[in-house]
Design a protein around this ligand. Structure first.
Ligand SMILES: Nc1ncnc2c1ncn2[C@@H]1O[C@H](COP(=O)(O)OP(=O)(O)O)[C@@H](O)[C@H]1O
Ligand SMILES: [Mg+2]
Length: 227
């Protein structure tokens, strides 16, 4: 695939194994060449989180090649493991690149909070936020750090339906905004979320399927479950 302006991620026959195990990632080839919301599904232990570690560069492939022009940021299942500071503002300050001049800090942070529907929350103590608000604050952290590839590892697994919707809505907005859309890869067990994605793939038996529409992957998984 040709690199384009909006960035790309490409896996070419990538394999990885943890010590003393067979390949958990076995010759993965796939690419994402445009912004959007891309979802991954697969059973527990199928290698989804390992794949995210390969994309973010915290582990290296045993063989094959990963090409990525995007700047990744991870968002985990439990926001309490990710958020460190007492208030929204102090939390986001941690993620602001050092090159941003002091005079622009506040604008940058306010604009990120607006993008994740947390307007007016600058000085709110983090412990008073709902789970959905905390996840959206984690997204704001990725935005201020200039990340354009969100790696969301079951970000709604611990949330109630309302919070779940609020996170999905914000990620959908960030990945489809006409001005500056970003790329998000979202691991989910909640199959109803598949209807919101631009493409979905199944990870199974060490391999990854082609990208398909979310509704097609939903049907496929439902029919497997009924067998
Ligand atoms: N840090 C690690 N050290 C050793 N083995 C690991 C580690 N992380 C994951 N694994 C193993 O890799 C396999 C895939 O795990 P993981 O990528 O977490 O799957 P998933 O996210 O799909 O549930 C599992 O067999 C798991 O035990
Ligand atoms: Mg996992």
């Amino acid at each position: 695939m040709k690199p384009n302006e909006s960035g790309y991620l490409e896996f070419d026959k990538v394999s990885f194994s943890w010590p003393n195990e067979c390949n958990v990632i076995d010759q993965f080839s796939f690419s994402i060449g445009k912004p959007g919301l891309w979802m991954l599904v697969g059973e527990n232990g199928s290698g989804k989180s390992t794949l995210f570690r390969l994309i973010s560069g915290t582990i290296r492939p045993k063989s094959g090649k990963i090409s990525c022009s995007l700047k990744p940021s991870m968002v985990y299942q439990n926001p309490d493991h990710q958020l460190l500071m007492p208030t929204c503002k102090s939390e986001l300050m941690l993620s602001v690149p050092k090159t941003i001049p002091e005079s622009k800090l506040l604008d940058l942070i306010q604009s990120a909070l607006e993008k994740v529907d947390l307007r007016e929350m600058l000085d709110r103590p983090i412990h008073t936020l709902s789970g959905g608000q905390k996840q959206r604050l984690a997204l704001a952290g990725a935005i201020v750090s200039n990340s354009n590839l969100l790696l969301l590892d079951e970000p709604t697994a611990l949330l109630d339906p309302q919070s779940q919707n609020s996170v999905l809505k914000v990620v959908k907005k960030l990945t489809s905004s006409s001005a500056n859309p970003i790329t998000a890869i979202w691991i989910t067990h909640r199959l109803e979320e598949l209807f919101f994605c631009d493409g979905a793939a199944i990870i199974k038996n060490g391999g990854i399927s082609n990208w398909n529409s979310g509704s097609k992957v939903f049907q496929e998984l439902k029919s497997l479950a009924l067998r």
